[in-house]
Design a protein around this ligand. Structure first.
Ligand SMILES: Cc1ncc(COP(=O)(O)O)c(C=O)c1O
Length: 365
C-alpha cells in the first residue's frame, strides 16, 4: 500500500496551527455543518434494532433511491432490485475490484488526477491500476491487458471537472466493447455551481442519454456524506445493473458488509428531503465565492472546479510551495500531488469550514 498521504502534511499542519488566529483546515472534505434534523430524527426513531439488518437494504430504502434517481438525476424507472447500500462509499471504492473477483493480470482504470482509493482498490485485489481519461487512453490500456473495471468520477475530486453526456457515453461504449464494468463515482453530483437547474446538470452514468437505456455493466456509486453532512453515519449506495448488484450482494452477504438498520432509516429519510440539500448547497456556494475572490487577489488561478466541494488552484509553482505559503497564513490545503503526478502544480482547497473560518482565511490572503 502507498503511504497514507495526509500523514505527510504534519509539518504544514504544525505551521498552520501556530498562526495567532488559529488554523483554518481546508485540507480534507469533511463536512462541518450540522446533520439535518430530519435525518437525525429518522436515526433516533430506528434506534431499537435488535435483529440483523438486510444487506440488500430495506425495500423502503431501495425504493427511495429509485425515486431520488428519477427526481434528481434524470434516471426514470430504476429497478429497486438494482440498489445496494454501502458503509459509506469509500469501502466500495476500495473493495469493488475484489468483490468483482478481479486479480493479477486484470486492469482497473481510473482518472489520471484522482481520489487515491481507486488505485488502492486495484492493489487490494492484486490487479493493476491504469490511468484512463479518454477513449484513446482506454484503447491503449486494453492493448496491454484486460480492462475489467473503469472508474469515472464526475464531478471529480479533486478537480471539480464534470463529464458531459457525450464524454460519458463515449467512455461507456468503449468500456462495454471491452467487457469492462463502468463504476461512476458521483458523490458530488448535487453540488453543481452551474446553477440550480433541475434535474441535476451533472449527468449520471445511469442517465438514458449515457447508458442508451441499458444498464448492463453500469454502476453509479453515491454517498450522502457530502450532500447531507452524514460522513459520520457512513451512508451510501451503489445502483445500476440488477445482475451486477446481485453478484455484489452475494459476496457482501457472506462478508458481513451490512449498513446498520438505523443508518438505513436515516438514508431513506435523507433521500426523500431535498430541502436540506439545497440549504447546504447554498452554504457552500457562499463560502466558495469568498474563497474565489480572495484566491484571485492572492494571484491564484482556479482550474475546472465547476462542481463539488473543492477549488483546484494554482500559481504555476510546485504544490509544496503553495501548501507552505498557505500554512504560513494559518491555512492548511492539500497538495495536488496527493492525486497523482499530474496534480503536482495545484492545491486542493475544500469548502468544508465554517463561515467564520472561511472569512478568517480569506482575510489573511
Ligand atoms: C471521489 C470520492 N469518492 C468517495 C468518497 C468517499 O466518501 P464516503 O466514504 O464518505 O461515502 C470521497 C470522499 O471524499 C470522494 O471524494
Amino acid at each position: 500500500m502507498p503511504d497514507f498521504p495526509w500523514d505527510s502534511l504534519a509539518t504544514a499542519a504544525a505551521t498552520a496551527r501556530a498562526h495567532p488566529g488559529g488554523i483554518v483546515d481546508l485540507s480534507v472534505g469533511t463536512p462541518v455543518d450540522p446533520t439535518p434534523e430530519v435525518v437525525a430524527e429518522a436515526l433516533r426513531a430506528a434506534s431499537d434494532a435488535p435483529g440483523y439488518p438486510q444487506t440488500w437494504g430495506t425495500p423502503e430504502l431501495r425504493t427511495a433511491v429509485a425515486a431520488w434517481f428519477a427526481r434528481r438525476r434524470g434516471v426514470p424507472g430504476l429497478d429497486p432490485d438494482g440498489v445496494l447500500p454501502t458503509v459509506g462509499s469509500k469501502e466500495l471504492v476500495a473493495w469493488l475490484p475484489t468483490l468483482l473477483g478481479l486479480g493479477p493480470g486484470d486492469l482497473v482504470a481510473h482518472p489520471r488526477i484522482a481520489y487515491p482509493t481507486y488505485d488502492v482498490g486495484a492493489r487490494l485485489a492484486g490487479a493493476r491500476p491504469v490511468v484512463v481519461d479518454s477513449v484513446d487512453d482506454l484503447e491503449r490500456a486494453a492493448a496491454e491487458g484486460p480492462v475489467r473495471l473503469l472508474w469515472l468520477n464526475s464531478p471529480s475530486n479533486p478537480t471539480g471537472r464534470v463529464l458531459d453526456v457525450a464524454e460519458m457515453a463515449a467512455l461507456v461504449t468503449a468500456a462495454r466493447s471491452h467487457g469492462a464494468v463502468v463504476a461512476s463515482d458521483e458523490c458530488y453530483a448535487e453540488l453543481s455551481w452551474a446553477g440550480a437547474a433541475e434535474p441535476s446538470p451533472v449527468p449520471s452514468v445511469l442517465d438514458p442519454r449515457v447508458s442508451g437505456g441499458d444498464l448492463d455493466g453500469l454502476l453509479a456509486v453515491y454517498s450522502l456524506s457530502k450532500q447531507s453532512n452524514l460522513a459520520g453515519y457512513r451512508a451510501a449506495f451503489a445502483a445500476g445493473d440488477p445482475v451486477l448488484v446481485r453478484e455484489l450482494l452475494q459476496v457482501r452477504k457472506h462478508a458481513g458488509m451490512i449498513v446498520p438498520a438505523p443508518v438505513q432509516a436515516a438514508l431513506t429519510a435523507a433521500l426523500a428531503d431535498d430541502a436540506h440539500v439545497s440549504a447546504q448547497r447554498e452554504r457552500y456556494r457562499s463560502r466558495r465565492a469568498v474563497l474565489l475572490e480572495a484566491l484571485g487577489r492572492a494571484g491564484f488561478r482556479i482550474d475546472d472546479s465547476a462542481a463539488g466541494l473543492y477549488l483546484w488552484a494554482t500559481r504555476d509553482e510546485a504544490s509544496a510551495e503553495s501548501v507552505a505559503w498557505f500554512a504560513e497564513r494559518g491555512v492548511l490545503v492539500a497538495p495536488g500531488s496527493f492525486y497523482g503526478p499530474a496534480g503536482a502544480r495545484h492545491v486542493r482547497m475544500a469548502l468544508t469550514a465554517t463561515d467564520e473560518r472561511v472569512a478568517a482565511a480569506a482575510a489573511r490572503w
